[in-house]
Design a protein around this ligand. Structure first.
Ligand code: ACO
Length: 333
């Protein structure tokens, strides 16, 4: 059976930078509060409608394909992870296609696993490669969240955290059993769905879309921050160890740990809990905020571009997010 190799990575972030100081002009918050609680100094906001989720995903995908040396026309499957597709339906894997030069009508899968979307997508891609179904898979994580945040003081606990951006990976088969995606694990615990969610528009409403919104708060994300924090610091290390166990490795064997960029305090607590030196833990949340499904591929792609991550490195990924969902993958890059 083939292994799945990461042939290339790419990322794209909008040019508009929004600093904590700019947020201070929109809501009652301070740079000091945001920095101390989250580690975030600035984030990027998309220039919509041009910089849509699928447009940004396409830019990241093109960069990943160039790094992989694979023409767009060879891609035979798209997996798109996002909670913020351009439209309620169809999903971003389809609206991506006009931005790309694919040949033929290749299959398009959307996955809605929020912050864990990229890790879930890696597992799906690995299964597709191992089954022989596809051999040139484009996995994208991309988000435009800035347009759906409550930017008043009432929404400050979420508005300061989330940012926009896109990352992508090209996944192909390899005969080398020691290379590529070596192990993964994913989980979900839906009983906590309402601790981090966006309720509207819900098909359970009758009618689903009302002429006048009766409660605008149902259309903004809600997060029980402390509850999320508590679960995240447990699940990140637990699932990474579960994945490493499958291949007889420990955290000490990792060259790099790339956690989903949820919050600097979560990243630091998890890194310390795993006994990893801070230099091995990739963090860029100060620049981008939490970009949900895009955060791992952006961090990974950036660390390749600046020369930190090299071919042959052993990399651990872990993510936790809305659902609750969580997962991990270990890759010999
Ligand atoms: N600026 C200033 N004050 C704020 C802000 C803000 N942006 N947001 C909340 N506050 C206030 C609150 O209103 C509260 O005021 P009060 O004491 O008068 O009631 C006070 O700050 C403390 O609020 P808490 O929610 O208790 O603050 P906490 O220390 O828990 O920090 C945070 C909040 C940062 C959300 C924290 O709970 C956290 O990091 N949670 C993890 C969630 C997370 O990282 N989510 C990311 C998305 S999910 C994922 O990716 C895994």
């Amino acid at each position: 059976m083939k292994n799945s190799r990461i042939a290339g990575l790419g990322h794209y972030v909008p040019s508009r930078v929004v600093t904590n100081q700019e947020l201070e002009t929109m809501m009652e918050t301070t740079d000091a509060w945001i920095t101390e609680r989250t580690g975030i100094k600035e984030r990027h906001w998309a220039n919509v409608p041009e910089e849509s989720t699928s447009y940004m995903g396409a830019q990241a995908a093109k960069a990943a394909l160039i790094q992989a040396g694979i023409p767009e026309g060879e891609v035979d499957c798209v997996i798109f992870a996002t909670l913020s597709s351009d439209y309620f339906f169809p999903g971003a894997a389809c609206t991506l296609q006009p931005h790309m030069n694919f040949s033929g009508n290749i299959p398009a899968y959307d996955i809605r696993m929020q912050c864990s979307g990229f890790v879930y997508g890696l597992q799906m891609a690995d299964a597709f490669i191992k089954s022989g179904m596809y051999s040139r898979i484009l996995l994208i994580g991309a988000e435009v969240q800035s347009t759906s945040l409550n930017k008043s003081t009432a929404g400050r606990d979420t508005a300061v955290i989330f940012g926009d951006g896109a990352g992508a990976a090209v996944i192909i088969p390899t005969d080398d059993p020691d290379n590529g995606i070596l192990a993964h694990a994913v989980h979900a615990e839906g009983k906590y769905a309402k601790e981090l969610w966006c309720e509207g528009p819900s098909p359970l409403d009758n009618p689903r879309v009302k002429p006048v919104l009766d409660d605008v708060n149902r259309y903004y994300p809600y997060m029980n921050g402390r509850y999320v924090f508590k679960h995240a610091v447990t699940r990140f290390p637990e699932v990474l160890k579960e994945t490493l166990d499958k291949i007889g490795k420990t955290p000490a064997d990792l060259d790099w740990f790339i956690p989903h960029q949820a919050n600097l305090r979560i990243t630091e607590a998890v890194g310390q809990g795993l006994g990893l030196s801070p230099e091995k833990v990739i963090s860029n949340i100060h620049k981008y905020g939490n970009t949900t499904a895009a955060s791992i591929p952006i961090a990974w792609s950036e660390a390749i571009s600046d020369g930190r991550i090299k071919r042959g490195d052993l990399i651990g990924l872990a993510a936790f997010g809305a659902g609750f969902t969580w997962g991990s993958a270990v890759i010999r890059f």
